[in-house]
Design a protein around this ligand. Structure first.
Ligand SMILES: Nc1nc2c(ncn2[C@@H]2O[C@H](COP(=O)(O)OP(=O)(O)OP(=O)(O)O)[C@@H](O)[C@H]2O)c(=O)[nH]1
Ligand SMILES: [Mg+2]
Length: 287
């Protein structure tokens, strides 16, 4: 058997037909099946992923969304490190039920658990729930948010990478590395490049409308770069202050501290400092 550094239990929950089994299949076997076969009770798969040079073994529990299985599925929450709570972006009803599912987590999980809200089927044109609605709801439940498509393989691995990062943190691992976020304002928006300590460029995200793009929107886009670079990143603004959760709605321009009229010539830098195991912050990334 392959050895591993971490073992995490992840449970998929949410209304029936939101695509939990499809997400599981995409994650574990990288396939998609169009036919709907409603899950009976609980299904289970194992997957080993590489994260930050470590082998992470994921125990993936796929539960039935149907009401009649509720008692048996809620028993699987116990001992979970992470819970993926899914709705279907084409089903308003499944979105309205998210808060019930979140309440279930609070009742049954029994310890702090990493939660991710998933708006699945984002490939479909007939959506009923806007991205912003999902993002706002996720924040209310202190969960990260991703819109995914199990069908087109969009954001599925990214959501799990973000979850893995948080689960490792929960286990007490402090950040040991840091990356710098370089923001360059352009005439129409902004570009943000993630640079590692060694100076390798890891990701460049172009923002079309920097005034209206918020940090909360940007986070999923940067998560892959962050996942590659550090276990936990603390964002520091150019004036040295830490980015707090209240800042999440600030526009990228504000965060980069660029005055709109100056944005063509100015280059602003905000760095991702590192935190040592005692939680102290190291702006230069040296721990
Ligand atoms: N277009 C599209 N269809 C999807 C996606 N994910 C799942 N589906 C389809 O939606 C239907 C339901 O998917 P499942 O994964 O079985 O749903 P589930 O949440 O496991 O449902 P229960 O097991 O009953 O709780 C199937 O027909 C899937 O093919 C997606 O990302 N995009
Ligand atoms: Mg299923």
């Amino acid at each position: 058997m392959m050895s591993y550094d971490y073992l995490f239990k992840i449970v998929l929950i949410g209304d029936e037909s939101t695509g939990k089994s499809a997400l599981l299949l995409r994650l574990a076997d990288d396939v998609f099946v169009d036919r709907y076969i409603s899950t009976i009770g609980v299904d289970f798969k194992m997957k080993i992923i590489d994260y930050d040079g470590k082998a992470i073994k994921l125990q993936l529990w796929d539960t039935a969304g149907q009401e009649r299985f509720r008692q048996c599925t809620s028993a699987t929450y116990r001992g979970a490190h992470g819970i993926l709570c899914c709705y279907d972006v084409t089903s308003r009803e499944s979105f309205d039920h998210v808060s019930n599912w979140m309440d279930q987590i609070a009742v049954h999980s029994g310890k702090p658990v990493v939660k991710i809200l998933i708006g699945n089927k984002c490939d479909r044109q007939d959506r009923m729930v806007a991205w912003e609605e999902g993002s706002t709801l996720a924040e209310a439940f202190d969960a990260e948010f991703f819109e995914t498509s199990a069908k087109e393989s969009i954001n599925v691995a990214e959501a799990v990478a973000a979850m893995t990062e948080d689960m490792i943190l929960e286990q007490g691992g402090g950040a040991k590395t840091a990356v710098t976020l370089m923001g360059t304002a352009t005439a129409s928006g902004a570009q943000i490049a993630c640079l590692s300590m060694a100076g390798n460029e890891m990701a460049v995200v172009t923002i079309e409308d920097a005034e209206r793009t918020t940090w909360a929107k940007l986070r999923p886009q940067l998560s892959r770069a962050l996942a590659l670079s550090s276990r936990k990143a603390m964002f520091m603004l150019s004036n040295g202050s830490l980015l707090k959760s209240e800042d999440k709605d600030s526009s990228v321009l504000e965060l980069l501290q660029l005055a709109p009229r100056e944005r063509d010539k100015m280059q602003s830098e905000c760095s991702l400092g590192a935190r040592d195991s005692a939680g102290h912050h190291h702006p230069d990334g040296q721990v």
